[in-house]
Design a protein around this ligand. Structure first.
Ligand code: SAH
Ligand code: SF4
Ligand code: F3S
Length: 469
């Protein structure tokens, strides 16, 4: 990696990326920025001054997907305004909606210059050049540049490494995609179609990126994958390495203090990964392990290929290895055919597990997925009611979990100044936000913090008396 901290060029263009969806899109947006920096684009947080606006989109539920089109309507106005001031703005749609809808986006929204899926990000500079070449054509002849191929080549070897100064500016925690795509085909989900088949990055490639991040000052890495624990990267000898072994290898990197990963599938939680939780103190005791439903009938219809009981037994094994493991989950209510009893079974699983946090969604039929053509769709009112009940239970659990921290002293990675003057903020091992009074000098390291209270979504802490004095 070249570490030239080049100053912004005088003729630099401004890039604005709006990111929707999951953490992988956050990671990808940064990689798109990294790919464009050498081509004279500097990131901006002001959409009004952008020369290029990219929407990095999410297709997971209908609402997420429709947001893109309302945003494109607003961008059309922005473009007209910029043009009236003698500037112009190019518009690109990336991410999972782009992958799923391709040409259709350009047809529905002619303002769009570029449409490209997640496997094309390394080609962004060339695509932009191509789109630029088409700009002076009369409107009737202008077509968007569209790339939704799944190429054979490895985009990760083509994407430039992040510049050191850019990594530093992004903060002390970083995402690192190690695995992409999904072969599970849960019957509700678009991801296998938008992200393609499961692939894992080679071990050395992951280690090299991790070392670069840590050398720039990153203290905490979150490994990403749609099925991150299905990771099976090849080592230098062509041997397949699982996520557990990857964790041991990452633990050898000096200066890396915390390691997390998301999202895991229960079927891929193997013994090696569970053992890593027992052995590696840097592997944080917080696991996002979605179950979606607590009813075996619905789990089967969802094609999750495990039962509720298998999930509960798995959690027992994980807790045997790491007794303080906090759990998080995803739930879908109102999958086609879900009865009151099925829903009660889901609540029962939630009660048994006791989550530190959980995300829950109303089932949204997605085009092209098997679930969408099932006949017994659940009425919207029923979904609403179930979602409310489920969320009320989860809120109680999260509050109880947070309250159980009061009086304890937790290691907190202090990451930033707080919202209020004189405060700093960071995260506990269990991913809880923690705020405390303290000097900005604390930022950048893990400090022992005494938890003295909770607020809605965070913990309130203070430095132990000896240190505060
Ligand atoms: N790869 C992850 C999840 C990706 S999507 C996993 O396997 O767990 C994130 C969450 O969105 C899912 O866990 C699921 O709860 C929810 N989700 C996915 N498709 C959905 C749909 N069609 N309707 C409602 N929620 C959905
Ligand atoms: Fe979607 Fe299921 Fe794959 Fe997760 S495991 S990405 S929910 S198909
Ligand atoms: Fe959304 Fe694509 Fe992530 S559909 S959740 S952005 S993988």
């Amino acid at each position: 990696m070249t570490e030239t901290a080049a100053p912004p060029r005088a003729n630099s263009k401004k890039l604005f990326i709006r990111t929707y969806g999951c953490q992988m899109n956050v990671y990808d947006s940064d990689r798109m920025t990294d790919a464009l920096l050498p081509h004279g684009y500097e990131p901006t947080t002001e959409i009004g001054e952008a020369d290029l606006v990219l929407l990095n989109t999410c297709h997971i539920r209908e609402k997420a997907s429709e947001k893109v089109f309302s945003e494109l309507g607003r961008l059309k106005e922005l473009q007209a305004e910029r043009r009236s001031q003698g500037h112009d703005v190019m518009i690109g749609v990336a991410g999972c909606v782009a992958q799923a809808e391709g040409e259709e986006i350009a047809r529905r929204a002619p303002v769009v210059d570029l449409v490209f899926g997640p496997q094309a990000y390394h080609k962004l500079p060339q695509m932009l050049e191509q789109a630029q070449g088409r700009r002076h054509l009369p409107d009737a002849l202008k077509r968007a540049v569209v790339d939704t191929d799944f190429p054979e080549e490895d985009k990760f070897t083509k994407l430039p490494a992040a510049r050191k100064d850019v990594t530093i500016a992004r903060g002390l925690t970083a995402f690192l995609t190690v695995q992409e795509g999904c072969d599970k085909f849960c019957s509700f989900c678009v991801v296998p179609y938008t992200r393609g088949a499961e692939t894992s990055r080679p071990l050395e490639q992951v280690l090299a990126e991790a070392r670069n991040l840590v050398a720039a000052g990153v203290k905490e890495l979150t490994l990403l994958g749609q099925n991150v624990n299905a990771y099976h990267g090849l080592d230098g000898n062509g041997r397949s390495v699982g996520l557990g072994e990857l964790a041991y290898r990452l633990a050898e990197i000096e200066g890396l203090e915390r390691l997390r990963y998301t999202t895991s599938h229960p079927r891929d939680m193997d013994d090696a990964l569970i053992a890593a939780h027992r052995d590696l103190p840097l592997l944080m005791p917080y696991l996002h392990l979605p179950v979606q439903s607590g009813s075996d009938r619905i789990l089967k219809a969802m094609n999750r290929r495990h039962t509720a009981d298998e999930y509960l037994r798995l959690i027992e094994r994980i807790k045997d290895a790491r007794p303080d493991m906090a759990l998080s989950g995803d739930f879908i209510v109102g999958f086609p055919g879900e009865t009151d009893q099925d829903f009660e079974d889901t609540l029962a699983v939630i009660r048994e597990v006791g989550y530190a946090s959980a995300y829950s969604f109303k089932y949204s039929p997605r085009p092209g997925t098997p679930g969408a053509s099932l006949t017994e769709q659940v009425p919207e009112e029923v979904k609403n009611e179930r979602l409310q009940r489920l969320q009320a239970l989860v809120v109680q659990q999260t509050q109880a979990f947070n309250a159980s921290m009061v009086g304890r002293t937790l290691p907190v990675l202090i990451e930033r100044v707080g919202r209020q003057a004189g405060q700093v903020g960071g995260r506990s091992p269990y991913l809880q936000a923690v705020h405390l009074e303290g000097s900005p000098d604390l930022i950048g390291a893990i400090h022992q913090v005494e938890i003295i209270g909770t607020s809605t979504n965070s913990l309130v802490g203070r430095l132990p008396v000896a240190q505060a004095a």
